[in-house]
Design a protein around this ligand. Structure first.
Ligand code: ZN
Length: 310
């Protein structure tokens, strides 16, 4: 068994409007924008990162806002819901706050004995806030959300798959273990994980494949400590027949990617070097940061990229 995986590192999704996306995450959800950069492959599009105060792996929600992008369609082969952990008893605060912000689809539910509030993001993104006992992670409190209600980081993602078996086998190889079944839901959890170490799988064998667009998760990334641990995961994946990419330098982490058996794009990303490699911790997310291969485009990008506010 390969135990290098710690849980989630980040979740990356698609949006249709950068300013709206920034407002939703920094104002409504009260996360910190820890990086404002551009898509490596499409530098005319932002890559925005929202997280705790430091950009700790397991708390990092990232977006590619393609202006005017069409909404995605829900289906199989995707991460259909991203859940954030909140302290026990904080649902009432959030129910009121989300409603006041005009958020749609707010519903109080219970899953595996945990109270949760599901809701839709600005592009119909599937989100939930889950009350979690004993989450020791320190939240960002720079917004107006009180510490006793603030988001601690990811709780889990829910994968919607035609069949669970091959994806479960892959995750079990990383140390995840079955942690419950409820209706069509199967829960996997990683002992000793980083707080973002739960994955739920909903089996929808009769549903059509998802179509990616605004509001869809593009990929989910799992965390490893460093490049040495990543190399071991990469080697094991290749040995098991997965088509895994070479290591790609993403400036704030090193990444490898592969298509998981259920169709969801998986990434394995390192803790190193982190989001403070090019900005002081107290200034994270303020300046437009460009990957070095796009540095020569700065003047053009600063003219072209829409303003998004603080
Ligand atoms: Zn990624």
């Amino acid at each position: 068994m390969n135990t290098a995986i710690k849980g989630l590192h980040h979740v990356t999704s698609l949006a249709s409007d950068a300013a709206q996306n920034n407002r939703f995450f920094t104002r409504t959800l009260g996360l910190r924008r820890v990086k404002k950069t551009v898509n490596f492959d499409a530098p005319e599009v932002y890559h925005l990162y929202y997280a705790d105060g430091a950009g700790t792996p397991g708390t990092v929600m990232t977006y590619f806002p393609f202006p005017g992008a069409r909404r995605g369609r829900r289906g199989t082969g995707e991460a259909g819901e991203t859940a954030f952990a909140i302290p026990q008893g904080a649902s009432a605060f959030w129910q009121e706050r989300l409603a006041a912000a005009g958020v749609s689809g707010i519903a109080a539910e219970e899953r595996f004995g945990e109270r949760r509030l599901s809701f839709a993001g600005p592009d119909g993104d599937g989100f939930a806030l889950v009350e979690t006992a004993a989450d020791g992670r320190t939240p960002w409190t720079g917004a107006d959300v009180p510490e006793e209600a603030a988001i601690r980081g990811f709780h889990s993602v829910t994968l919607t798959l035609r069949e669970a078996g091959p994806t479960e086998a892959l995750l079990e190889g990383w140390g995840y273990a079955a942690a419950g079944e409820e209706g069509r839901l199967r829960r996997l959890a990683l002992a000793g994980g980083n707080g973002a170490h739960i994955l739920d799988i909903v089996v929808a064998s009769d549903a059509p494949p998802a179509e990616q667009g605004a509001g869809s998760v593009h990929h989910i990334a799992f965390a490893v400590e460093d490049r040495a641990a990543q190399a071991k995961v990469q080697e094991a994946l290749a040995a098991a027949g997965h088509q895994v990419t070479p290591v790609i330098d993403r400036d704030y982490f090193y990444a490898i990617y592969f298509r998981s058996p259920g169709g969801v794009l998986f990434e394995v990303a390192t803790h190193e070097p982190g989001f403070d490699r090019d900005e002081a911790p107290e200034r994270l997310g303020e300046a437009l940061k460009l990957p070095k291969q796009h540095a020569h485009l700065r003047a053009e990008l600063e003219r072209h990229l829409p303003p998004i506010g603080d």
